[in-house]
Write a protein that binds this ligand. Structure first.
Ligand code: PTT
Ligand code: SF4
Length: 609
């Protein structure tokens, strides 16, 4: 095999056992890498129904055949696991040296199982070792990374958890390079449950490819095309932060726990304010369009700002001062907590406090209380112990009809786009393979151009196309999708690079088939976990968007229409070859070469023909 290393590392922390699996080409061709490898391994090897925080869960770190190659923004990897937050499939995407080094060390992926007796970190390089990490336990992610760098230097790739992962906060993430965060549905908690504080990955040889010259050529063309794009300079100024102004303009900026899509003080947390604070840029390796905006926060410390973080820890909880939002963002990075779920949980707690469903008083916009609350969540102290469970669980606990405004789908908190007036985006959240995340289909940019409030088959078709490209192709290659989205890099360039790397004549339609296979397999995984509890209701956004119209802004009065949403959801199922419960049909699984999955799945739920 060329392009892939053909080797996956298996680490059992309980047995202190390390093995190499030389996998065969069938896995590579049918699942490509990253998310594709992850779901195939989880389906085949994870025992159904296990506690995600038990040693039996698997943590998979998977690169793809483009990772680390001289191709635009190829320094990314997938982390995947059974989620403690959603109890379904969970994954995330992290950029950093760890991605490139993993492949240079000669591995496409690592499968970690078991639980170490005491805190450890995993070293992967010319050799693979499990090392003691008691002196790192309790440290923040920034401190951990600095300590490990004292030993391994600047070139090592480091993935680590902070106190939140150690205390099993259900939405703790893995952090790298002081500001790259991945695994929203609780990757950090899964690492913590294994007593695994960090991974240190050092690279070795280059990666063997089929046609080095063709690869260099497509890589160079891609870098030049990006650099020459007329939008390049603006991107370099604001990156994803430009989205604050845009979201406010179209009334989708999450405000006060997604009650509204319009924040009166949006101009105080905008990309323009960030530009004035900007002191540098950070990037994943192999990227010539760095999106990491480094600013100094209100306490004089450095932090990397992104749209999602600022919307969720700003407008969604009523904080209208970017330098203070930056403090909250930094704390989330230091403790290793997902900012999107965090902003949702805090907004939910503020609303619960307002409605007297909890005893504690937490006012909208109370920076000092929020600052303290983040610490309480990270260490599971006081109210933080409850909030560490995520909005679905907290709502089950406090009741009072709060599930109607607990802003999650399948347990994963919604990312930063309000959907009162965006039915296709609501459907994107509803059908995302990890719960309500925008990664797989950020359709809202397209939706606002074709008409906000119609519920059409065209929207469903577009959604599936985006899921195939973003959730299927980019997540399995694994490469950053931002060059394609933000600066219009032709998708064909990635396919040319894949051909050059592997020597296999891949086409877009072949990759779409892989994407569909990955999607139906992830769906099967969820259903195997939920069994008889599975139903169409799992693919539903919270009632707030259907019941409470926007009360301000240019789209005042807008809300989702239930009949229209149902029409689109059923159409979506039909186009995917799933039945009216959202369960893949037997014939669909067979067509996707997943007959063995149909056989096993039929033990958990009846399959439609
Ligand atoms: C991603 C999610 C996002 S998506 C953001 S901002 W974004 C939040 N960032 C967080 C953060 O920072 N700190 C923190 N403590 N929690 C955070 N949670 C949120 O996590 C990120 C970029 C971004 S910035 C985006 S859109 C793109 N995402 C990609 C993707 O998903 N796949 C892919 N092939 N390419 C992508 N490129 C872009 O990467 P999750 P990163 Mg992240 C401080 O991980 O779990 O997928 O959640 O990866 O290296 O940080 O790069 O406006
Ligand atoms: Fe990383 Fe941002 Fe570059 Fe993508 S655009 S590779 S997320 S720095």
């Amino acid at each position: 095999m060329k392009g892939w290393t053909g080797r996956i590392l298996r680490v059992d922390l309980s047995r202190e056992e390390i093995k190499v699996w030389n996998y065969d080409a069938d896995l590579a061709i049918k699942f490509i890498g990253g998310r594709g490898f992850a779901i195939k391994i989880l389906w085949d090897e994870l025992e159904p129904g296990i506690d995600p925080l038990s040693p039996r869960n698997l943590l998979i770190i998977a690169a793809g055949p483009l990772t680390g190659l001289p191709m635009a923004s190829s320094g990314k990897l997938t982390v995947a696991f059974k989620s403690p937050l959603t109890l379904g499939y969970g994954d995330g995407n992290i950029g950093g040296l760890a991605a490139v080094n993993l492949r240079r060390a000669g591995y496409d992926a690592i499968i970690i199982r078991g639980k170490a007796k005491e805190p450890v970190y995993l070293y992967v390089g010319r050799e693979v070792r499990i090392e003691k990490a008691d002196y790192l336990w309790g440290l923040t992610t920034f401190e951990t990374e600095r300590k490990l760098r004292e030993i391994y230097g600047k070139k090592a790739g480091i993935l680590c958890i902070g106190p939140a992962g150690e205390s099993l906060v259900k939405y703790a993430t893995i952090i790298s390079q002081e500001g790259r965060s991945g695994g929203r549905p609780g990757a950090g908690a899964v690492m913590g449950s294994k007593n695994l504080k960090a991974l240190v990955i050092e690279g070795g040889e280059g990666i063997e490819v089929a046609d080095e010259i063709a690869l260099m050529k497509v890589g160079l063309i891609s870098f030049l095309e990006l650099r020459r794009n007329p939008k390049y300079n603006f991107w370099m100024k604001q990156g994803t932060m430009a989205t604050i102004r845009w979201s406010q303009g179209i009334c989708v900026l999450p405000t006060m726990n997604f009650r509204e899509g319009f924040f009166e003080f949006a101009d105080r947390i905008s990309g323009e304010v960030m530009e004035r604070m900007l002191i540098g840029k950070r990037a994943c390796p192999n990227c010539n369009m760095p999106c990491g905006n480094i600013v100094k926060d209100a306490e004089g410390k450095l932090v990397e700002l992104d749209y999602e973080n600022v919307a969720m820890l700003g407008s969604n909880i009523g904080i209208a001062d970017l330098s203070r939002v930056a403090v909250l963002n930094r704390l989330a990075d230091e403790y290793g907590i997902d900012t999107i779920s965090l902003g949702n949980v805090i907004g939910f707690a503020m609303e619960a406090s307002e409605r007297n469903l909890i005893r504690e008083r937490i006012e909208w916009g109370d920076f000092d209380r929020v600052r303290e609350l983040i610490r309480e969540i990270a260490f599971r102290e006081d109210l933080g112990a409850l909030l560490a469970e995520g909005t679905r669980k907290v709502s089950e606990r406090i009741k009072g009809g709060s599930e109607r405004w607990a802003m999650n789908i399948k347990g994963l908190e919604i990312s930063a786009y309000d959907c009162h007036a965006a039915p296709a985006m609501a459907l994107a959240y509803a059908t995302s393979p990890i719960g309500a995340h925008h990664k797989d289909a950020w359709i809202i940019g397209w939706e606002v151009n074709v008409g906000r409030m119609d519920y059409s088959e065209a929207k469903v078709r577009k959604l599936i196309e985006l899921q195939r490209i973003r959730g299927g192709i980019f997540e399995s290659l694994v490469a950053c999708r931002l060059p394609w989205i933000e600066l219009g890099l032709n998708l064909e360039r990635y396919i040319e690079a894949l051909r050059a790397a592997t020597g296999i004549n891949f086409s877009l339609s072949m990759l779409f088939e892989v994407a569909d296979r990955i999607y139906s397999l992830i769906r099967a995984f969820w259903i195997r976990e939920y069994g008889g509890m599975w139903g169409k209701y799992m693919d539903y956004p919270p009632a707030r968007w259907f019941e409470e119209p926007l009360s301000k802004g240019p789209l005042k009065g807008a809300k989702l229409d239930k009949k229209g949403f149902d029409y689109m959801l059923l159409k979506y199922y039909a186009l995917r070859g799933w039945d009216e419960r959202g369960v893949p049909r037997r014939s669909t699984l067979i067509k996707l070469d997943l007959a063995y999955v149909a056989e096993e799945l039929s033990n958990y739920i009846s399959l439609s023909p």
